[in-house]
Design a protein around this ligand. Structure first.
Ligand code: PAF
Length: 293
């Protein structure tokens, strides 16, 4: 098919077609394919912001039909996490997707995805083990399960994920490769607000005072990256970052690490292909961010 070339849309849906079952999704994909179109899948949990819209825009450059899934996936939330409180914003999501020209929204119910008697699992090690994997046991297996299901349900040419969840992106690349799922996984750079805060649906939890603390995180990570680029040692950059985070006013820090960008293994001496990753807590919000070196 026509590679990365774009692309007159195959369907001028406005608003997008809402597909609530796997059967309807498959029918939509079949019709799009019959018209010779490439399919892009943008998996989301809704409460869409400009970071998601950037995934849609990138998808439109790579395919004629962009399908956005909106599904708050219970399997990736641990006990005591924010599954019930997670922001849901269906009407404004549809408005944004209509304005962006997405062709379809896949919005299954929990029972459509996990019917009674569902017992399958997808278990992933390696890149899923450190960092978020240690702090949120089971989280990446839940992500891997739902993404695997959606890739198999849709069989898109390309699926797009934000680099804001850097480790998740590496996990999904690993799952698709290990399970030979024939899809291109495309990472899309983090979209930030005017103060550099990485856009996230969970930013809705921040009070105005907390917001002013939250915007320190990206500045600290960028300044660590600068120091490394200027020839500073990993140890000095890490030490400086820890000091700054302690001073910034977060409630606590889950981790601040400099890792190999692909494997997420500890980086010892190398100074290229690194990623600085952090998770901090602030009120009800747990903020994660990362920058490349
Ligand atoms: O990044 C997210 O919003 C979710 O983890 C994903 C990839 C949509 C799976 O539920």
């Amino acid at each position: 098919m026509n590679g990365g070339m774009t692309t007159a849309p195959l369907f001028s849906h406005s608003p997008p077609a809402v597909l609530q079952t796997v059967e309807k999704l498959r029918h939509f994909v079949k019709v799009a394919r019959a018209r010779g179109g490439r399919i892009a899948l943008v998996p989301t949990m809704g409460a869409l912001h400009d970071g998601h819209m950037e995934l849609v825009r990138r998808g439109q450059k790579k395919a004629q039909a962009v399908i956005v899934s909106v599904f708050v996936n219970p399997a990736q939330f641990g006990p005591g996490e924010d599954y019930d409180a997670y922001p849901r914003a269906w009407d404004s999501d549809i408005e944004k997707l209509t304005a962006a020209g997405a062709q379809a929204v896949f919005a299954p119910s929990v029972s459509e995805m996990y019917p009674d008697g569902f017992t399958a699992s997808v278990s992933i090690g390696g890149v899923a083990e450190p960092l978020e994997g240690e702090r949120r046991p089971g989280h990446f297996n839940g992500v891997a399960l739902v993404v695997t299901k959606m890739l198999l349900q849709t069989m898109p040419d390309v699926a797009l994920f934000g680099e804001k969840d850097w480790q998740q992106l590496q996990v999904i690349r690993g799952v698709a490769a290990d399970l030979n799922i024939p899809v291109e996984i495309e990472g899309v750079p983090t979209v930030r607000d005017e103060n550099g805060l990485a856009l996230s649906s969970r930013n809705a939890y921040l009070s105005p005072a907390q917001y002013h603390v939250a915007i320190r995180l990206n500045k600290i990570l960028f300044s660590m990256a600068e120091k490394l680029r200027a020839g500073g040692s990993l140890q000095a950059a890490l030490y400086g970052g820890h000091v700054e985070i302690a001073k910034a006013g977060f409630d606590s820090m889950d981790y601040l690490e400099i890792r190999d960008a692909r494997t997420l293994r500890q980086a010892s001496t190398k100074t290229e292909g690194l990623r600085i990753l952090a998770a901090v807590r602030l009120g009800k919000a747990r903020l994660i961010d990362n920058v490349g070196v």
